[in-house]
Write a protein that binds this ligand. Structure first.
Ligand code: MLC
Ligand code: AMP
Length: 525
């Protein structure tokens, strides 16, 4: 078994650093699931070693991708750690993705291994094998599947494969404004530097207990939450899916919670959310989407705690954070705080010139956390960096006199719904292929629960009839459910400016606001 000393020999493998954070006593409880299962640190160590040995036994080329689309489970987390240990590249995929989306990811990433749920084995293996993937395993959320069966025969001893900080650890797909998803390549060094900064900035301390209620196929749940707890050797209360009543029930046993704004909105609906329930809590973190000031204030009123809002993205992990330590400043609602130590952040005008505080412009960043580029898209990567090496986030904001960043919008055409990103171009592409459709525009409008939701505005071809319900049903049959607009309307023409560009702001004004709620009921489901 690996010891603290062995992990500090200079191996830049992220797992070595995470492993060094495990407590001395490996029999302590590492994870408690919502089904009451308890996993010790030894269990996590052994399971990830066995899975790493299984992956190693496949004799895969360096930098092979391990694509994983499975329900959240402790074993799925162990598979992530195993991939790091084996020096391979983890490629997590949202469980909502359907075959068209999976087909693209598998063709683009060319994974050597695909792991899917037992229920999806039929169609996923067909896609994977026909794309040339040599291995497809299954992993259920109830400790079943061929992956664990095969790993059961493997040794539970494993030394993390040496990796340099610049070596690839994970690829996270983010949809693109052109509709084509891009794989953001993150290195061991990107992830570890960010995890260490957050560990210190958020003051992780002995005895902290994290409620982990986010999915583990995106940055927030997989890296920000998980790495913090592992680096700190902190127990996790592991919720397979977000259940607000369960989270409130577990609050008295925890000290840290992380969520997207929708989670806070839903928690506020719980009567049992009181200062008494949150008495042992030390930190509530929000991010991935804008937190409304109403939610920030209401949370303070209901629990006595001030949410810490931070900002990041798949390409950069975390960039800014409101202070945790009050001596560094207050947590300001409506802002995403200060650049994290080591992150250089600037706001620039259209010519790329840095703007003084208070002025609104494009947010650009540089730092050890910034990704290596988009998978097999050198041109796209080059376009997203300035000549002096700053990454263009596509977010628009301003920095105040004290250095706090406020995000005021996005230059990228993106809808963030319940913390998931939806790129209108992708949805429009599908709608435009439907029979009778001349063109379409998908816009985001305010929503009390998801923050923002999509509306599809469709123009029919001359003499053609397009039914909104049919459009939504077709999208639902093809795309991940969270991408399906909550409403569809058919109009005669899309508003355009003098350059012929669709005026999405006009559509947002027309179809957003109060009328939305009742029509949403009418057209949803
Ligand atoms: C679910 N639905 C959504 C949705 N989630 N619709 C829009 N946006 C979403 N986010 C829809 C489904 O399509 C379904 O519709 C219905 O809601 C119920 O589905 P569900 O699966 O039961 O939903 P639920 O479990 O309630 O999920 C809601 C949620 C989930 C908020 C818990 O979306 C979630 O976990 N969000 C967190 C996303 C996250 O981790 N983001 C981090 C990205 S990292 P129908 O019609 O099919 O019934 C990142 C970087 C950073 O951004 O800075 O962190
Ligand atoms: P993703 O590509 O899924 O990682 O999403 C990253 C995007 O989420 C960022 O570019 C921002 O637009 C948005 N985002 C993340 N955190 C916040 C936040 N706290 N406030 C507003 N937007 C955020």
């Amino acid at each position: 078994m690996q010891t603290r000393d062995q992990t500090s020999l200079g191996n830049g493998n992220l797992f070595a650093a995470l492993r060094a954070g495990f407590p001395q006593d490996l029999d302590e409880i590492a994870v408690e699931t919502n089904q009451g299962l308890l996993y010790s640190w030894r269990d996590i160590d052994r399971a990830s070693a066995m899975l790493a040995n299984l992956l190693a036994s496949l004799d895969l080329p360096t930098h092979s991708r391990i694509a994983v689309q499975v329900e959240k489970s402790v074993e799925a987390m162990a598979l992530y750690l195993a991939t790091l240990r084996a020096g391979l590249v983890f490629l997590p995929l949202n469980t909502a993705y359907q075959s068209a989306e999976m087909s693209y990811f598998i063709a683009d990433a060319e994974p050597a291994v695909v792991v899917c749920t037992p229920g999806n084995f039929g169609w996923v293996s067909q896609l994977a094998f026909s794309a040339g993937t040599p291995y497809v395993f299954t992993l259920g959320d109830d400790r079943t599947g061929s992956l664990l069966d095969r790993a059961a025969a493997c040794s539970d001893q494993q030394q993390a494969v040496p990796r340099d900080p610049g070596d690839l650890a994970a690829i996270l797909y983010t949809s693109g404004t052109t509709g084509r998803s891009k794989g953001a390549m993150l290195s061991h060094g990107n992830l570890l530097s960010n995890a260490r900064v957050l560990h210190s900035y958020w003051g992780w301390r002995r005895g902290d207990v994290l409620i982990h209620a986010l999915p583990i196929f995106h940055v927030h749940g997989l890296f920000v939450a998980l790495h913090g707890a592992l680096l700190n050797g902190s127990r996790m209360i592991w919720c397979a899916r977000f259940d607000p009543a369960l989270v409130v029930q577990k609050l008295p046993q925890a000290s840290i919670f992380m969520g997207v704004p929708t989670l806070y909105v839903r928690l506020l609906e719980q009567e049992a959310l009181t200062p008494e329930a949150a008495r042992h809590m030390r930190l509530f973190v929000s991010g991935s989407a804008p937190l409304l000031i109403e939610t920030f204030n209401e949370w303070q009123r209901r629990t006595g705690h001030t949410i810490l809002e931070r900002y990041g993205m798949s390409e950069t992990v975390m960039l800014t954070s409101n202070p945790c330590d009050p001596s560094l400043g207050p947590r300001r609602g409506g802002t995403v705080g200060l650049p994290l130590p080591g992150v250089n952040l600037r706001v620039v005008n259209d010519q790329g010139q840095a703007l003084p505080s208070g002025e609104i412009g494009a947010i650009e960043v540089k730092g050890p956390n910034v990704f290596k580029g988009y998978w097999r898209m050198p041109q796209k990567t080059a376009e997203e960096f300035s000549a002096d090496g700053y990454f263009r986030t596509g977010d628009v904001g301003r920095v105040d006199e004290e250095g706090y960043l406020t995000i005021v919008g996005r230059s990228k055409d993106l809808i963030i719904s319940g913390g998931y990103n939806v790129y209108p171009a992708e949805i429009e592409g599908y709608i435009n292929e439907l029979e009778g459709v001349a063109e379409s525009a998908v816009v985001g409008v305010a929503d009390a629960d998801f923050g923002e939701v999509g509306i599809a505005v469709v123009v029919a071809k001359a003499r053609a009839q397009v039914e909104p319900r049919t459009v939504l049903a077709s999208l639902k049959a093809t795309l991940a459910n969270f991408k399906v607009p909550k409403r569809c309307v058919v109009v005669d023409a899309l508003p355009r400016n003098s350059m012929g560009k669709v005026q999405k702001n006009v559509l947002r004004e027309r179809f957003g606001a109060a009328q939305f709620v009742s029509r949403y009921q009418e057209h949803s489901g």
